[in-house]
Design a protein around this ligand. Structure first.
Ligand code: 4AZ
Length: 435
Protein backbone atom coordinates (compact mmCIF):
# COMPACT_ATOMS: atom_id res chain seq x y z
CA UNK A 1 0.00 0.00 0.00
CA UNK A 2 1.50 3.29 -1.00
CA UNK A 3 0.55 5.47 1.90
CA UNK A 4 2.73 8.43 1.07
CA UNK A 5 0.75 9.47 -1.95
CA UNK A 6 -2.34 9.80 0.23
CA UNK A 7 -0.68 12.12 2.72
CA UNK A 8 -0.76 15.86 2.18
CA UNK A 9 2.65 17.38 1.87
CA UNK A 10 1.75 20.04 4.27
CA UNK A 11 -1.29 19.86 6.47
CA UNK A 12 -1.94 23.64 6.11
CA UNK A 13 -2.56 23.21 2.43
CA UNK A 14 -5.71 21.27 2.87
CA UNK A 15 -8.48 22.74 0.82
CA UNK A 16 -11.17 20.12 1.23
CA UNK A 17 -12.81 19.38 -2.01
CA UNK A 18 -16.46 20.42 -1.97
CA UNK A 19 -18.39 17.26 -2.19
CA UNK A 20 -21.06 17.48 -4.83
CA UNK A 21 -24.35 16.19 -3.34
CA UNK A 22 -27.00 14.51 -5.39
CA UNK A 23 -30.52 16.03 -5.18
CA UNK A 24 -31.59 12.99 -3.17
CA UNK A 25 -28.86 13.63 -0.61
CA UNK A 26 -29.78 17.33 -0.43
CA UNK A 27 -33.38 16.34 0.12
CA UNK A 28 -32.38 13.92 2.86
CA UNK A 29 -30.16 16.42 4.63
CA UNK A 30 -32.33 19.57 4.27
CA UNK A 31 -35.81 18.66 3.05
CA UNK A 32 -36.52 15.82 5.48
CA UNK A 33 -35.76 17.83 8.64
CA UNK A 34 -37.85 20.75 7.34
CA UNK A 35 -40.76 18.47 6.52
CA UNK A 36 -40.39 16.78 9.91
CA UNK A 37 -40.36 20.15 11.65
CA UNK A 38 -43.42 21.37 9.73
CA UNK A 39 -45.28 18.12 10.39
CA UNK A 40 -44.44 18.29 14.10
CA UNK A 41 -45.63 21.88 14.21
CA UNK A 42 -48.89 21.04 12.40
CA UNK A 43 -49.41 18.07 14.74
CA UNK A 44 -48.80 20.26 17.78
CA UNK A 45 -51.24 22.89 16.47
CA UNK A 46 -53.91 20.29 15.62
CA UNK A 47 -53.55 18.63 19.03
CA UNK A 48 -53.64 22.03 20.74
CA UNK A 49 -56.77 23.09 18.82
CA UNK A 50 -58.49 19.77 19.50
CA UNK A 51 -57.50 19.87 23.17
CA UNK A 52 -58.81 23.42 23.43
CA UNK A 53 -62.07 22.44 21.69
CA UNK A 54 -62.55 19.46 24.04
CA UNK A 55 -61.59 21.50 27.11
CA UNK A 56 -63.91 24.36 26.05
CA UNK A 57 -66.72 21.92 25.53
CA UNK A 58 -66.44 20.00 28.78
CA UNK A 59 -64.55 22.29 31.13
CA UNK A 60 -64.55 25.86 32.35
CA UNK A 61 -61.15 27.44 33.02
CA UNK A 62 -60.83 29.41 36.26
CA UNK A 63 -58.41 32.06 35.00
CA UNK A 64 -57.28 33.42 38.35
CA UNK A 65 -56.76 30.17 40.22
CA UNK A 66 -55.58 28.41 37.02
CA UNK A 67 -57.67 25.30 37.21
CA UNK A 68 -60.49 23.60 35.35
CA UNK A 69 -63.97 22.79 36.60
CA UNK A 70 -66.62 20.73 34.74
CA UNK A 71 -68.63 23.03 32.46
CA UNK A 72 -71.93 22.11 34.09
CA UNK A 73 -70.64 23.74 37.28
CA UNK A 74 -70.36 27.11 35.50
CA UNK A 75 -73.50 29.24 35.94
CA UNK A 76 -75.08 26.84 38.46
CA UNK A 77 -75.48 29.64 41.05
CA UNK A 78 -72.61 28.23 43.11
CA UNK A 79 -69.11 29.62 43.03
CA UNK A 80 -66.67 26.89 42.03
CA UNK A 81 -63.69 29.01 40.95
CA UNK A 82 -61.90 30.60 43.90
CA UNK A 83 -62.82 34.11 42.75
CA UNK A 84 -66.20 33.21 41.30
CA UNK A 85 -65.54 33.77 37.57
CA UNK A 86 -67.66 30.72 36.82
CA UNK A 87 -70.76 32.68 37.85
CA UNK A 88 -69.92 35.94 36.13
CA UNK A 89 -70.68 35.54 32.43
CA UNK A 90 -74.05 33.81 32.62
CA UNK A 91 -77.54 34.32 31.24
CA UNK A 92 -78.90 37.26 33.27
CA UNK A 93 -82.34 37.74 34.69
CA UNK A 94 -83.71 41.22 34.00
CA UNK A 95 -87.14 41.66 35.59
CA UNK A 96 -89.66 43.77 33.73
CA UNK A 97 -89.31 47.19 35.34
CA UNK A 98 -91.29 50.45 35.29
CA UNK A 99 -92.53 51.81 31.94
CA UNK A 100 -89.84 53.56 29.89
CA UNK A 101 -92.50 56.20 29.18
CA UNK A 102 -92.15 56.34 25.39
CA UNK A 103 -93.92 54.35 22.66
CA UNK A 104 -94.78 54.45 18.96
CA UNK A 105 -98.27 54.03 17.50
CA UNK A 106 -99.21 52.15 14.36
CA UNK A 107 -100.88 55.38 13.30
CA UNK A 108 -98.00 56.63 11.15
CA UNK A 109 -95.39 55.74 13.79
CA UNK A 110 -96.43 58.70 15.95
CA UNK A 111 -94.61 59.25 19.22
CA UNK A 112 -96.44 59.01 22.55
CA UNK A 113 -95.12 59.93 25.98
CA UNK A 114 -96.41 58.89 29.41
CA UNK A 115 -97.34 61.59 31.88
CA UNK A 116 -96.13 60.01 35.13
CA UNK A 117 -98.41 62.24 37.24
CA UNK A 118 -101.63 61.25 35.52
CA UNK A 119 -100.59 57.86 34.14
CA UNK A 120 -101.98 58.97 30.77
CA UNK A 121 -100.23 58.49 27.42
CA UNK A 122 -100.34 61.49 25.11
CA UNK A 123 -99.23 62.13 21.53
CA UNK A 124 -96.33 64.52 21.05
CA UNK A 125 -96.97 67.82 19.25
CA UNK A 126 -94.51 68.76 16.51
CA UNK A 127 -94.07 72.32 17.99
CA UNK A 128 -90.51 72.79 19.20
CA UNK A 129 -89.63 69.15 18.54
CA UNK A 130 -85.92 68.80 17.83
CA UNK A 131 -83.38 66.25 16.67
CA UNK A 132 -82.08 66.08 20.24
CA UNK A 133 -85.56 65.16 21.50
CA UNK A 134 -85.87 62.52 18.76
CA UNK A 135 -82.56 61.03 19.89
CA UNK A 136 -83.70 61.04 23.51
CA UNK A 137 -87.00 59.34 22.59
CA UNK A 138 -85.20 56.62 20.61
CA UNK A 139 -82.62 56.29 23.40
CA UNK A 140 -85.44 55.58 25.85
CA UNK A 141 -86.48 52.72 23.58
CA UNK A 142 -82.86 51.51 23.55
CA UNK A 143 -81.84 52.61 20.06
CA UNK A 144 -78.50 54.31 19.54
CA UNK A 145 -78.93 54.95 15.82
CA UNK A 146 -79.67 58.29 14.18
CA UNK A 147 -83.46 58.78 14.11
CA UNK A 148 -85.55 60.43 11.41
CA UNK A 149 -88.77 62.32 12.10
CA UNK A 150 -91.41 64.35 10.32
CA UNK A 151 -94.65 66.17 11.02
CA UNK A 152 -97.97 64.42 10.38
CA UNK A 153 -101.39 66.01 10.67
CA UNK A 154 -103.39 65.48 13.84
CA UNK A 155 -106.31 63.17 13.12
CA UNK A 156 -109.89 64.16 14.13
CA UNK A 157 -109.97 61.79 17.11
CA UNK A 158 -106.51 62.70 18.41
CA UNK A 159 -106.95 66.35 19.35
CA UNK A 160 -107.60 65.80 23.04
CA UNK A 161 -104.40 64.33 24.17
CA UNK A 162 -101.54 66.23 22.59
CA UNK A 163 -98.58 67.50 24.55
CA UNK A 164 -95.32 69.33 24.15
CA UNK A 165 -92.23 67.79 25.61
CA UNK A 166 -88.84 68.81 26.91
CA UNK A 167 -85.95 66.78 28.13
CA UNK A 168 -84.50 66.15 31.54
CA UNK A 169 -81.41 63.96 32.07
CA UNK A 170 -81.94 62.02 28.81
CA UNK A 171 -85.63 61.39 29.51
CA UNK A 172 -88.53 63.07 27.75
CA UNK A 173 -90.77 65.14 30.00
CA UNK A 174 -94.27 66.42 29.48
CA UNK A 175 -94.12 70.20 29.29
CA UNK A 176 -97.74 71.21 28.88
CA UNK A 177 -100.90 69.25 28.52
CA UNK A 178 -103.33 72.06 27.81
CA UNK A 179 -104.01 70.63 24.39
CA UNK A 180 -102.65 73.55 22.38
CA UNK A 181 -100.51 72.46 19.48
CA UNK A 182 -100.04 75.39 17.12
CA UNK A 183 -98.58 73.40 14.24
CA UNK A 184 -101.56 71.05 14.31
CA UNK A 185 -99.08 68.25 13.73
CA UNK A 186 -97.76 65.22 15.59
CA UNK A 187 -94.27 63.72 15.54
CA UNK A 188 -93.82 60.65 13.34
CA UNK A 189 -90.59 59.03 14.52
CA UNK A 190 -88.40 56.29 13.02
CA UNK A 191 -85.50 55.21 15.20
CA UNK A 192 -83.97 52.74 12.73
CA UNK A 193 -84.52 51.77 9.11
CA UNK A 194 -85.93 48.25 9.51
CA UNK A 195 -88.13 45.56 8.06
CA UNK A 196 -87.09 45.95 4.43
CA UNK A 197 -86.10 42.96 2.32
CA UNK A 198 -84.70 42.74 -1.19
CA UNK A 199 -87.08 39.99 -2.18
CA UNK A 200 -90.70 39.37 -1.22
CA UNK A 201 -91.71 35.82 -0.29
CA UNK A 202 -93.98 34.12 -2.82
CA UNK A 203 -95.55 30.74 -2.28
CA UNK A 204 -97.63 29.44 0.62
CA UNK A 205 -96.47 26.24 2.35
CA UNK A 206 -93.12 24.98 3.58
CA UNK A 207 -90.72 25.88 0.83
CA UNK A 208 -87.09 26.91 0.55
CA UNK A 209 -86.47 30.50 1.51
CA UNK A 210 -83.86 32.96 0.36
CA UNK A 211 -81.81 35.04 2.78
CA UNK A 212 -82.72 38.02 0.57
CA UNK A 213 -86.29 37.59 1.83
CA UNK A 214 -85.44 37.22 5.53
CA UNK A 215 -82.13 39.05 6.18
CA UNK A 216 -82.93 39.36 9.92
CA UNK A 217 -83.07 35.60 10.50
CA UNK A 218 -80.12 34.23 12.50
CA UNK A 219 -79.14 30.85 13.93
CA UNK A 220 -78.42 30.89 17.66
CA UNK A 221 -75.84 28.16 18.34
CA UNK A 222 -74.19 26.46 21.32
CA UNK A 223 -70.85 24.78 20.59
CA UNK A 224 -71.50 25.23 16.87
CA UNK A 225 -74.81 23.41 17.10
CA UNK A 226 -77.98 25.11 15.93
CA UNK A 227 -80.34 25.42 18.90
CA UNK A 228 -82.75 28.20 17.97
CA UNK A 229 -83.67 30.85 15.45
CA UNK A 230 -83.57 34.54 16.27
CA UNK A 231 -84.12 37.94 14.66
CA UNK A 232 -81.84 40.95 14.31
CA UNK A 233 -83.36 44.04 15.97
CA UNK A 234 -80.41 46.40 15.53
CA UNK A 235 -76.60 46.12 15.13
CA UNK A 236 -76.15 44.78 18.68
CA UNK A 237 -79.33 42.90 19.54
CA UNK A 238 -80.93 39.57 18.63
CA UNK A 239 -84.44 38.69 19.79
CA UNK A 240 -85.05 35.02 20.58
CA UNK A 241 -86.82 32.72 23.07
CA UNK A 242 -85.81 32.23 26.73
CA UNK A 243 -86.25 28.45 26.60
CA UNK A 244 -83.35 28.20 24.10
CA UNK A 245 -80.99 28.77 27.07
CA UNK A 246 -82.62 26.28 29.40
CA UNK A 247 -79.74 23.78 29.26
CA UNK A 248 -76.77 26.10 28.87
CA UNK A 249 -76.51 29.27 30.90
CA UNK A 250 -72.85 30.06 30.20
CA UNK A 251 -72.60 32.84 27.62
CA UNK A 252 -69.13 31.93 26.30
CA UNK A 253 -70.08 28.99 24.06
CA UNK A 254 -73.11 30.70 22.52
CA UNK A 255 -72.62 32.17 19.03
CA UNK A 256 -74.89 33.82 16.50
CA UNK A 257 -74.73 33.09 12.79
CA UNK A 258 -76.14 35.71 10.45
CA UNK A 259 -76.26 36.36 6.72
CA UNK A 260 -76.95 33.06 4.98
CA UNK A 261 -79.73 30.57 4.42
CA UNK A 262 -77.59 27.43 4.79
CA UNK A 263 -77.08 26.40 8.40
CA UNK A 264 -73.35 25.65 8.35
CA UNK A 265 -72.15 28.35 6.00
CA UNK A 266 -72.16 31.56 7.92
CA UNK A 267 -69.62 33.47 9.95
CA UNK A 268 -70.15 32.99 13.64
CA UNK A 269 -70.38 36.00 15.92
CA UNK A 270 -69.40 36.06 19.60
CA UNK A 271 -72.04 36.90 22.20
CA UNK A 272 -71.46 39.45 24.97
CA UNK A 273 -74.58 39.03 27.13
CA UNK A 274 -77.87 37.16 27.27
CA UNK A 275 -80.96 38.50 29.07
CA UNK A 276 -84.18 36.73 30.03
CA UNK A 277 -86.95 38.01 32.31
CA UNK A 278 -86.61 35.44 35.08
CA UNK A 279 -85.63 31.86 35.86
CA UNK A 280 -88.70 30.92 37.86
CA UNK A 281 -91.08 30.61 34.96
CA UNK A 282 -93.17 27.56 34.22
CA UNK A 283 -91.18 26.33 31.27
CA UNK A 284 -91.73 26.65 28.40
CA UNK A 285 -94.82 28.73 28.42
CA UNK A 286 -94.40 31.94 30.41
CA UNK A 287 -92.24 34.90 29.41
CA UNK A 288 -90.52 33.00 26.61
CA UNK A 289 -88.40 35.88 25.39
CA UNK A 290 -84.67 36.60 25.45
CA UNK A 291 -82.32 39.27 24.18
CA UNK A 292 -78.81 38.39 23.00
CA UNK A 293 -76.26 41.21 22.89
CA UNK A 294 -73.46 40.69 20.35
CA UNK A 295 -69.87 41.51 21.24
CA UNK A 296 -69.37 43.47 18.01
CA UNK A 297 -72.01 45.42 16.08
CA UNK A 298 -73.31 43.87 12.86
CA UNK A 299 -72.61 45.61 9.57
CA UNK A 300 -75.86 45.70 7.65
CA UNK A 301 -75.98 44.55 4.02
CA UNK A 302 -78.45 42.95 1.61
CA UNK A 303 -78.34 39.73 3.63
CA UNK A 304 -77.94 41.14 7.17
CA UNK A 305 -80.64 43.63 8.19
CA UNK A 306 -82.91 44.38 11.14
CA UNK A 307 -86.63 43.60 11.39
CA UNK A 308 -88.94 46.17 13.03
CA UNK A 309 -90.47 45.72 16.45
CA UNK A 310 -94.26 46.01 16.31
CA UNK A 311 -96.08 49.19 17.33
CA UNK A 312 -97.55 49.05 20.84
CA UNK A 313 -101.11 49.10 19.43
CA UNK A 314 -100.60 46.59 16.60
CA UNK A 315 -103.58 44.28 17.15
CA UNK A 316 -103.84 41.37 14.74
CA UNK A 317 -107.35 40.25 13.81
CA UNK A 318 -108.00 36.50 13.41
CA UNK A 319 -107.02 35.24 9.92
CA UNK A 320 -104.39 37.97 9.43
CA UNK A 321 -101.69 36.42 7.21
CA UNK A 322 -98.29 35.99 8.88
CA UNK A 323 -95.02 34.27 7.91
CA UNK A 324 -92.86 31.75 9.72
CA UNK A 325 -89.30 30.67 8.87
CA UNK A 326 -86.69 28.38 10.32
CA UNK A 327 -84.29 25.46 10.10
CA UNK A 328 -86.41 23.39 12.49
CA UNK A 329 -87.66 19.82 12.20
CA UNK A 330 -89.66 19.14 9.07
CA UNK A 331 -91.38 16.22 10.74
CA UNK A 332 -92.71 16.01 14.24
CA UNK A 333 -90.72 13.90 16.69
CA UNK A 334 -87.92 11.94 15.03
CA UNK A 335 -87.25 14.60 12.42
CA UNK A 336 -84.01 16.37 11.79
CA UNK A 337 -83.02 19.97 11.17
CA UNK A 338 -83.41 21.32 7.67
CA UNK A 339 -80.12 22.46 6.11
CA UNK A 340 -81.99 25.03 4.05
CA UNK A 341 -84.05 27.83 5.61
CA UNK A 342 -87.74 27.10 5.05
CA UNK A 343 -90.64 29.55 4.94
CA UNK A 344 -94.40 29.23 5.13
CA UNK A 345 -97.47 31.41 5.45
CA UNK A 346 -99.88 30.97 8.39
CA UNK A 347 -102.79 32.92 9.88
CA UNK A 348 -103.63 34.40 13.27
CA UNK A 349 -105.94 32.07 15.22
CA UNK A 350 -107.88 33.76 17.98
CA UNK A 351 -106.99 32.85 21.56
CA UNK A 352 -110.52 31.64 22.41
CA UNK A 353 -110.36 29.04 19.65
CA UNK A 354 -106.82 28.15 20.65
CA UNK A 355 -107.84 27.69 24.30
CA UNK A 356 -110.79 25.40 23.50
CA UNK A 357 -111.23 22.00 25.24
CA UNK A 358 -109.88 20.09 22.26
CA UNK A 359 -106.87 22.42 22.06
CA UNK A 360 -104.84 24.18 24.76
CA UNK A 361 -107.52 24.35 27.46
CA UNK A 362 -106.66 27.82 28.71
CA UNK A 363 -102.84 27.55 28.60
CA UNK A 364 -102.59 30.32 26.02
CA UNK A 365 -102.40 33.66 27.88
CA UNK A 366 -102.92 37.23 26.60
CA UNK A 367 -99.17 37.48 26.24
CA UNK A 368 -99.21 34.70 23.64
CA UNK A 369 -100.47 34.42 20.10
CA UNK A 370 -101.63 31.36 18.13
CA UNK A 371 -100.91 30.98 14.43
CA UNK A 372 -101.36 28.15 11.96
CA UNK A 373 -103.66 27.03 9.20
CA UNK A 374 -107.06 25.39 9.58
CA UNK A 375 -106.12 22.24 7.65
CA UNK A 376 -102.92 21.82 9.67
CA UNK A 377 -99.66 20.60 8.17
CA UNK A 378 -98.00 24.02 8.14
CA UNK A 379 -96.35 24.91 11.43
CA UNK A 380 -93.15 25.69 13.26
CA UNK A 381 -91.42 22.84 15.10
CA UNK A 382 -88.44 22.01 17.30
CA UNK A 383 -85.42 24.04 16.15
CA UNK A 384 -87.60 26.92 14.91
CA UNK A 385 -87.96 28.25 18.46
CA UNK A 386 -86.80 31.80 18.98
CA UNK A 387 -87.38 32.66 15.33
CA UNK A 388 -89.80 35.36 14.20
CA UNK A 389 -93.51 35.24 13.47
CA UNK A 390 -93.73 38.03 10.92
CA UNK A 391 -96.37 40.51 9.83
CA UNK A 392 -96.05 42.81 6.85
CA UNK A 393 -97.66 46.25 6.91
CA UNK A 394 -95.46 49.08 5.67
CA UNK A 395 -92.45 47.11 6.87
CA UNK A 396 -91.89 43.63 8.21
CA UNK A 397 -92.43 43.37 11.95
CA UNK A 398 -91.61 40.60 14.40
CA UNK A 399 -95.00 40.20 16.10
CA UNK A 400 -94.26 36.81 17.68
CA UNK A 401 -91.44 34.53 18.81
CA UNK A 402 -91.70 30.78 18.11
CA UNK A 403 -92.33 29.31 21.57
CA UNK A 404 -94.32 26.09 22.03
CA UNK A 405 -97.13 23.85 20.86
CA UNK A 406 -98.44 20.30 21.10
CA UNK A 407 -96.69 18.50 18.29
CA UNK A 408 -96.17 20.18 14.96
CA UNK A 409 -98.75 20.72 12.23
CA UNK A 410 -101.79 19.31 14.03
CA UNK A 411 -104.80 21.44 12.93
CA UNK A 412 -106.32 21.59 16.44
CA UNK A 413 -103.14 22.59 18.23
CA UNK A 414 -101.41 25.31 16.22
CA UNK A 415 -98.06 26.91 17.07
CA UNK A 416 -98.01 29.25 20.08
CA UNK A 417 -95.89 32.38 19.94
CA UNK A 418 -94.71 34.94 22.50
CA UNK A 419 -96.64 38.14 21.77
CA UNK A 420 -93.93 40.77 21.24
CA UNK A 421 -96.23 43.77 21.94
CA UNK A 422 -96.63 42.42 25.50
CA UNK A 423 -92.87 42.74 26.03
CA UNK A 424 -91.98 46.00 24.26
CA UNK A 425 -91.32 47.76 27.57
CA UNK A 426 -88.99 44.94 28.63
CA UNK A 427 -87.10 45.03 25.31
CA UNK A 428 -86.76 48.83 25.55
CA UNK A 429 -85.58 48.64 29.19
CA UNK A 430 -82.95 45.96 28.60
CA UNK A 431 -81.43 47.75 25.61
CA UNK A 432 -81.60 51.13 27.38
CA UNK A 433 -79.72 49.66 30.36
CA UNK A 434 -76.88 48.74 28.00
CA UNK A 435 -76.56 52.04 26.10
C1 4AZ B 1 -90.19 23.26 20.16
O1 4AZ B 1 -90.09 22.19 20.72
C2 4AZ B 1 -91.46 23.60 19.46
N1 4AZ B 1 -95.59 23.57 16.66
C3 4AZ B 1 -91.57 24.76 18.74
C4 4AZ B 1 -92.75 25.08 18.09
C5 4AZ B 1 -93.83 24.21 18.19
C6 4AZ B 1 -93.73 23.06 18.89
C7 4AZ B 1 -92.54 22.74 19.55
C8 4AZ B 1 -95.10 24.59 17.47
O2 4AZ B 1 -89.25 24.06 20.15
Amino acid sequence: MDTDSDQPLNSLDITPLRKHRTPLETFKRVGVPIIAAVLSLVTIIVVAVLTKAVLDKYYFFCGRSLHFIPRRQACDSQQDCASGEDEQNCVKSFPNGPPVGVRLSKDRSTLQVLDPDTGVWASVCFDNFTEALAETACGQMGFDSKPTFRAVEIGPDQELNVIEITEHSRELQVQNSNGSCLSGSLVSLHCLACGENLKAPRVVGGEKASVDSWPWQVSVQYNRQHICGGSILDPHWILTAAHCFRKHLDVFNWKVRAGADKLDSFPSLPVAKIFIIGFNTTYPKEEDIALVKLQFPLTFSGTVRPICLPFFDEELAPATPLWIIGWGFTEQGGGKLSDALLQASVQVIDNTRCNAEDAYEGDVTEKMLCAGILEGGVDTCQGDSGGPLMYHSDQWQVVGIVSWGHGCGDPRTPGVYTKVTAYLNWIYSVRKSEL
